[in-house]
Design a protein around this ligand. Structure first.
Ligand SMILES: *[C@@H]1O[C@H](CO)[C@@H](O)[C@H](O)[C@H]1NC(C)=O
Ligand SMILES: *[C@@H]1O[C@H](CO)[C@@H](O)[C@H](O)[C@H]1NC(C)=O
Ligand SMILES: *[C@@H]1O[C@H](CO)[C@@H](O)[C@H](O)[C@H]1NC(C)=O
Length: 482
């Protein structure tokens, strides 16, 4: 007799499903554990490469990454790394110094030791190396011993430490080759009352978020200083916005904005996306807390001073401020078809923007670009603002016409008592753009080229007070492009 098969009771089905789930979780965990072990093993090999390699193998190393390895010390076997160019020991929270043997690494050029809070001083050995790029960001340095500064250092990053003063002739002598010096977010209350004049190569200086009550006059006279920020220091915080043109922009809560889900770009100090506000499309930049250039509240104060007439003056305009838990700026969207004018420098170029060398610009393009750029800078300076980071990589350009807009006030500062001096510094930045566009100018334009070359030399005059103002430059351009 055939018995009809009984359907399985629901409870048994449930057990089977549950069993299957357990089995798959089990296998998933085994494979995960394998991946994890493998990851762990490769990390172990990476972190103990000096201990685990022969002298010969070590001598072949050119780039050594010992980041986040939980190291307390670096093996003395590093002395064999005679071809080492780049070393990164960042993120080792118990690492307090670097070994003396590092001085045998005669090709070592780049060293990063950021986020190493146990490193209370610059390791002494650094003073006996040929390092040109040195980064110790987010550490706990409170002072700098001049003997520990690599004598050929060109790019020095000491952002976000607790340095109290840099006020010693010997330190500045050691910094005579420095082109880029990053000192924002320290506790510097004394800076360069003597010795500053040694920094003849200095082009870029970041001093935001320190304790300065005064900016020494020698700083403004440095022959090559081009990009400076001093925002967020008592001397600048005290500057009341005296400019009568200043608008008081509305401050709005984040809830007034509805996201339109389009990302418009990301800069050093924040992310820009498209939103709807008051029935129209706006570009909103949400500023992250602190960058190596400055703080959110300082950037908001700058946008408030720029106001809503930016776009017609070739800078990004500001319609309202977001001064909520999130900080940000509500901007008029810029026209479409705009590109970054150039790419920012890397650690190799130090301060020079990267251009597409194959690009050729004609006279009308260069005329539009230089005219718009000087309009933007003239406008900002007339409102008491120095941009601080006037670079082609902070410019959006229409590649068909050369018409452009200046963006990104992350390093901008209210000039207060330093109005003319700060302008002379930024004129040098303009002179560099003139020079770069002259290089890329159509070779048929010989006469224009020599006129522009002369303008760029005037703007970069090592005698700072002899440079033209932006207003002078506008008249000069009218003559050059008749
Ligand atoms: C620095 O570099 C020079 C050659 O460029 C070399 O002769 C010298 O030994 C190096 N010094 C140190 C301390 O690395
Ligand atoms: C250093 O500056 C930071 C941030 O600006 C501040 O929180 C800290 O209290 C200062 N430290 C000293 C010792 O002044
Ligand atoms: C200059 O170059 C731009 C962009 O390549 C082009 O659109 C424009 O027609 C050129 N103008 C002249 C006068 O050649």
């Amino acid at each position: 007799m055939l018995r009809r098969r009984q359907p399985r009771p629901p409870c048994a089905t449930f057990k089977i499903i549950l069993g299957a789930i357990f089995i798959s979780i089990f296998f998933y965990m085994i494979s995960y554990q394998n991946d994890f072990d493998q990851l762990h093993t490769t990390e172990k090999i990476r972190c103990s490469i000096l201990e685990g390699s022969s002298e010969d193998e070590i001598s072949q190393l050119e780039d050594l990454n010992l980041k986040d390895c939980n190291l307390r010390s670096i093996s003395s076997k590093i002395q064999h790394a005679t071809n080492l160019r780049k070393l990164d020991v960042s993120g080792n929270k118990y690492l307090s110094t670097l070994p003396e043997e590092l001085s045998f690494c005669t090709k070592l050029d780049i060293l990063f030791a950021s986020s190493c809070p146990s490193m209370k001083q610059l390791p002494q050995v650094l003073g006996r190396t040929n390092i040109t790029r040195l980064g110790l960001r987010s550490g706990s340095l409170t002072s700098i011993d001049p003997n520990s500064i690599p004598p050929n250092v060109v790019h020095l990053i000491l952002t976000n430490n607790q340095i109290k003063e840099i006020d010693n002739d010997e330190i500045f002598l050691k910094l005579q080759n420095v082109r880029k010096l990053m000192l924002s977010h320290n506790n510097i209350s004394k800076f360069g009352s003597k010795g500053l004049e040694h920094m003849k190569s200095l082009e870029l200086l970041r001093l935001a978020g320190n304790d300065l009550n005064d900016i020494p006059s020698q700083l403004w006279d440095l022959p090559k200083l081009t990009w400076l920020t001093i925002s967020g220091n008592p001397v600048i915080n005290e500057v009341k916005v005296q400019n009568k043109d200043v608008e008081n922009l509305p401050s709005i809560p984040f809830n007034d904005l509805s996201p339109l889900g389009k990302n418009l770009g990301e800069g050093a100090s924040g992310k820009v996306s498209l939103y709807k506000w008051n029935g129209k499309e706006v570009a909103v930049k949400i500023i992250h807390g602190v960058t190596s250039d400055g703080k959110a509240e300082d950037e908001l104060a700058i946008y408030n001073t720029v106001g809503s007439s930016g776009v017609e003056n070739r800078v990004v305009g500001c319609l309202a401020l977001l001064d909520d838990k999130k900080k940000g700026i509500i901007m008029e969207p810029l026209p479409k078809n705009l590109d970054d004018f150039a790419l920012p420098p890397t650690i190799e170029e130090v301060t020079a923007d990267r251009w597409d060398k194959k690009e050729v610009f004609n006279a009308s393009f260069v005329q539009n670009a230089l005219t718009d750029a000087v309009s933007a800078l003239h406008f900002l300076h007339s409102r008491g603002i120095s941009h601080g980071d006037f670079y082609a990589h902070n410019i959006k350009v229409d590649r068909r016409t050369g018409r452009l807009y200046l963006l990104d006030f992350g390093a901008s500062y209210l000039k207060g008592p330093y109005s003319l001096k700060a302008e002379m510094i930024e004129v040098r930045a303009y002179g560099i753009l003139v020079d770069e566009l002259t290089t890329l100018l159509d070779s048929k334009e010989g006469e224009l080229r020599s006129k522009l070359k002369k303008l760029s030399l005037e703007c970069t005059n090592p005698i700072v007070n002899a440079r033209p103002t932006f207003s002078d430059i506008r008249s000069k351009l009218d003559v050059i492009f008749i």
